[in-house]
Design a protein around this ligand. Structure first.
Ligand code: CTP
Length: 409
């Protein structure tokens, strides 16, 4: 994957800078053209000459070192890169990018580049878990930066914990895996439903649930990034979609969502129902505001249509994936839903667990396919969980195609 790739390696001032030497050497061995940019503090740990010898390229340290008057060095180098790796990334540099600060060659270049950026942090365990650093990393992740999480173990500062720069081999393997799945879903038609539904009682009141739509929107964005044409049926949420491959249909009630999902189902390759659909709606909708009366109020509710089950009945070649939000016996109930609704796979959330489920920016899930193969998706951002789910779906579709190919019959 690295062959002929133009890799810009940013090295910041931490003791793990020595590992960036091995990283440079391995990237070069794999055929990459590597240009190294160092912060001034990084040069206190390792000499630029080391990186120059390993990369066989000039090493950049100073924004104003303009060797060739034809080019503006930091912009030219930012445009040149196919990918950018920041390793080790100190808390300081992560903070600078998150704040839009460009006060040296590396930070300036990081703001100027449009190439994908892979950030491999390395710092003391307490610094790594500091809310300021955590917030900055979250911000960068939302902006599309890819993080290669540090490993746990003995740190140079004497502490034992998370903060050790990931090994060069693992950094390269993670990036390769990402590049390999770049256009994973190119040419695929994907339907995703997201968010809650709103069931009207009267002109000022409705029933709804805690779904924020974040997981479904993360799936839509990830599928679009993977090259799919995405139709996103969204309940009432306060979220934006920016990717040009996403066609968004806004709906309010379970009945609206049913109509939109059925109308957009037939030509799809993959259908993911992450929406939290109301199971009941008021039997009578009041057209005038209900006035309060003495005593208690009972509202009679009727069942809505189970959209996913209806799609399961109509299914031809679509790969149909449901979600299950559970607080009790998640696997058992998840399996039941998979069978009952004729799904190909189900993503089970234990919404009672911290870090999983509604409203938050992270999730924890179990992906279960119809062969009862189970994959655990540990605590990660909804963006990462979405990418993981799509990669698992793609794996299962490819496995099925292989099993059904004439040579395997
Ligand atoms: N679902 C649906 N239409 C409904 C209810 C649920 O399409 N009227 C879908 C959801 O989008 C989700 C899956 O069914 O993909 C499971 O939803 P969930 O709320 O976990 O379970 P239910 O099937 O509603 O069962 P229960 O509420 O009893 O757990």
């Amino acid at each position: 994957m690295m062959k002929n790739k133009k890799v810009l390696l940013g090295v910041t001032g931490g003791i793990a800078a020595y590992k960036a030497c091995a990283l440079t050497s391995k990237l070069v061995q794999q055929g990459a053209d590597v240009r190294v940019v160092m912060t001034e503090n990084a040069t206190r740990f390792v000499s630029p000459l080391t990186f120059q010898a390993l990369s066989r390229n000039h090493v950049y340290t100073d924004t104003f070192e303009e060797k060739d008057p034809k080019y503006i060095s930091h912009i030219d180098t930012a445009d040149w890169a196919d990918i950018v790796i920041l390793a080790p990334a100190t808390a300081n540099m992560i903070g600078k990018i998150a704040s839009g600060i460009a006060d040296d060659m590396l930070s300036t270049l990081l703001l100027a580049t449009t190439a994908p950026v892979y950030v491999a942090p390395a710092m003391n365990v307490n610094m790594y878990s500091h809310p300021g650093v955590m917030n900055n990393m979250k911000k960068l992740e939302q902006w599309g930066y890819h993080f290669i999480e540090p490993g746990s173990g003995y740190l140079a500062c004497g502490w034992i914990g998370k903060g050790r720069l990931e090994e060069p081999e693992t950094i390269i393997a993670t990036i390769n895996e990402h590049i390999g799945t770049d256009q994973l879903l190119a040419g695929k038609q994907v339907l995703i439903t997201a968010g809650p539904t709103r069931e009207i009682i009267d002109p000022v009141r409705f029933f709804t649930n805690r779904s924020s739509g974040k997981m479904g929107f993360a799936l839509a964005e990830a599928a679009a990034r993977y090259g799919a044409d995405v139709t996103l049926v969204a309940g009432p949420v306060h979220l934006e979609t920016s990717h040009p491959n996403i066609r968004r249909i806004n709906v309010i009630s379970a009945a609206d969502m049913y109509e939109a999902a059925v109308a957009n189902f037939q030509d799809k390759d993959i259908v993911i129902k992450s929406a939290a659909v109301a199971d009941y709606r008021p039997k009578h909708v009041h057209h005038q505001k209900m006035k309060k009366q003495p005593g208690n109020l009972s509202i009679e509710m009727e069942r809505t249509t189970d959209i996913l089950a209806a799609l399961g009945e109509r299914k031809t070649s679509q790969y149909l994936v449901g979600f299950a939000a559970e607080t009790d016996k998640p696997l058992e109930y998840g399996k039941e839903k998979l069978k009952k609704k004729r799904l190909d796979a189900i993503v089970i959330n234990n919404v009672g667990t911290e870090g999983a489920g509604f409203e938050g920016d992270t999730n924890i899930a179990t992906y279960l396919n119809k062969k009862w193969h189970q994959d655990e998706i540990g605590l990660a951002s909804k963006r990462e969980v979405a990418e993981r789910i799509l990669r698992l779906i793609d794996r299962d579709i490819k496995d099925e195609n292989r099993e059904n190919s004439p040579s395997n019959r």
